[in-house]
Design a protein around this ligand. Structure first.
Ligand code: G16
Length: 544
């Protein structure tokens, strides 16, 4: 077939280095950008097949999100804006790792197994972040799409959640919104203005927010959006990409892991600040307290704020909808306790990775999901949205119920339900704080985090670590879980787990305990156990 000849010819321009094997990680392939040209071409092929199979538009985002600037990666977006399904992750691995002369066989295998009609039209949306390597890598994706005769739309520089949004808009024939960047700004800003317009006497201080753009795409996009917000939010942007390096000593991952303010943000005591990550699908908040103490409000605090707000509105609206919060093992123990014991909401724990949380959240009327690192959103079932809408339009209901229903309706419109979205989450948090008349300190005081520490350990092959129970326990290598258990026992209110990262070549270690000293000591002891039992390389971890 002519299409296969075209693939053969074009793939020669994007050759695979012999013997290179890459794993499909937590959010797709991710490694040094120099190793990715053939992967991108092949993901263009795969997205085209996925589009033919689903008869819908598929998205391909070129980004390595929180990783250093030299890395790059790819995220595949399914028709409703969600991450691609596990079976297709398998195909992605198969295609990415097929040696040059085996590529056509691997491609035909997917076509056969999925019974794909090659006569079916295909459409792929492509986006990229601001990394220097993203230009040529997104071109490689487009080459792959065109080699199989697919249609493409190149959105160029967009945030990851914007691309997810476009795919969903396209496949719902505009019911979710207009599949343009302007359409995205309009939908979100209108909802935000509707939500905040009835809040009396918002002062300039209350409208002010410091934003760390991580020197990435989120900085560009939030700037573009500002005019749509009509001064209802006054942003001061730092790390806008004009001079600093992407994610270097800034951004959501740096702030969360280091538990300190990013470089370059001039914050005064009590001011609300937030940081995006490299592709603007994560956000964390923070402020400087008395005596300059740094206070972090991470994904757990965000989930608590949002679910408290939604629960109150549901009560006011008299709507009987089940609300649940989905977390991962990284969730601070205090947050889980607060959600379960005080708020009395259902809490679920899944493996790391938005795809797992998203899936779990879909089981409820309203599923609030957030990773502690600030990646998350809220999902409303179709039935829940319909009930909210019906009540908002019911002129026979009382004022309080109607007001709550209208707030819920605008909240639904403000949320990007396809994936975690730093800009949408930021607007939601700002709206919730305004509506509830809360300061960042009051939000922070909802519960007190247990002191915690995250570390990374380098090992020869991180795949030797296998986990179970939503990554809270290890099953291999032998003796590691026992070693963790015996160390945890030494401390009060302590918990620790380890897992191989799916985005970086490291093992991640998490520890929490009643004091920062204990959390640090426990994290160090567990790191040593990993180093010794799982094949550590380089220097042995040192105490903090
Ligand atoms: C990605 C995933 C997140 C995950 C993070 C870290 O985020 O989308 O769900 O929490 O990687 O994963 P790991 O601990 O396996 O390295 P991002 O923002 O980097 O795309």
């Amino acid at each position: 077939m002519a299409q296969f000849e075209e693939v053969s010819q074009k793939s020669a321009v994007h050759p695979k280095p012999v013997g290179l094997v890459l794993q499909y990680g937590t959010a797709g392939f991710r490694t040094n950008s120099k190793q990715l040209d053939h992967v991108m071409f092949r993901m263009g092929l795969l997205a085209t097949l996925r589009s033919k199979k689903t008869k819908a538009t598929i998205g391909v985002m070129v980004t390595a999100s929180h990783n250093p600037e030299e890395d790059n990666g790819v995220k595949l977006v399914d028709p409703m804006g969600e991450m691609v399904t596990p079976a297709w992750e398998g195909y992605a691995t198969q295609l990415a790792n097929a040696e040059q002369e085996e590529l056509l066989t691997a491609l035909k295998d997917v076509i056969e197994r999925e019974a794909i009609s090659m006569a079916q039209e295909a459409s792929v949306f492509v986006g990229k972040d601001t990394r220097p390597s993203s230009d040529s890598l997104s071109q490689a994706v487009l080459d792959g799409v065109h080699a199989l005769g697919g249609h493409s739309k190149d959105y160029g520089l967009v945030t990851t959640p914007q691309l997810h949004y476009m795919v969903c808009c396209q496949n719902t024939q505009g019911r979710y919104g207009e599949a343009t960047v302007k359409g995205y700004y309009r939908k979100l800003s209108q909802a935000f203005i509707q939500l905040t317009k009835n809040v009396p006497n918002r002062t300039d201080d209350q409208k002010a927010l410091l934003v760390d753009g991580a020197n990435g795409i989120g900085a560009l996009k939030v700037c573009e959006m500002e005019t749509y917000l009509k001064n209802e939010l006054q942003l001061s942007l730092f790390n806008d990409g004009s001079s600093g390096k992407l994610n270097h000593m800034c951004g959501a991952d740096y702030v969360k892991v280091q538990q300190r303010a990013p470089k370059g943000v001039e914050m005064t005591a009590g001011e609300r600040c937030c940081s995006y990550d490299g592709d603007a699908d994560r956000i964390v908040y923070y402020y400087s307290g008395s005596a300059g103490r740094f206070h972090l409000l991470d994904g757990d605090k965000i989930a608590t704020l949002i679910s408290t707000y939604l629960k109150e509105l549901l009560t006011q609206a008299g709507l009987d909808l089940q609300i649940a919060v989905v977390q991962t093992a990284y969730a601070n123990g205090s947050s889980t306790q607060y959600l379960e014991d005080t708020m009395k909401v259902i809490v679920r724990c899944t493996k790391t990775g938005v795809k797992h949380l998203h899936h779990a959240a879909q089981e409820f009327d309203i599923g609030v999901y957030f990773e502690a690192n600030g990646h998350g959103t809220v999902l409303f079932s179709k039935a829940a949205e319909e009930k909210i809408q019906k009540l908002a339009q019911d002129s026979n209901t009382n004022d309080e119920r109607r007001r709550a229903a209208l707030l819920l309706q605008n909240t639904v419109n403000l949320i990007n339900q396809t994936v975690g979205d730093a800009i949408s989450d930021m607007l939601l948090i700002e709206a919730v704080l305004a509506i509830r008349g809360m300061t960042v300190q009051q939000w922070d005081a909802i519960y007190t985090d247990l002191p915690n520490r995250q570390l990374k350990v380098k090992v020869a092959d991180r795949r030797v670590i296998d986990t179970t129970d939503a990554e809270r326990r290890t099953v291999s290598p032998a003796g590691l879980q026992e070693a963790i258990d015996s160390r945890v026992k030494k401390y009060r209110q302590a918990r620790s787990f380890v897992r191989p990262s799916g985005t970086e070549d490291v093992v991640r270690v998490y520890a929490e305990a009643d004091t920062q000293e204990s959390a640090d000591a426990l994290a160090h002891e567990v790191s040593l156990a990993v180093y010794r039992l799982a094949g550590g390389v380089g220097e042995e971890p040192k105490p903090l």
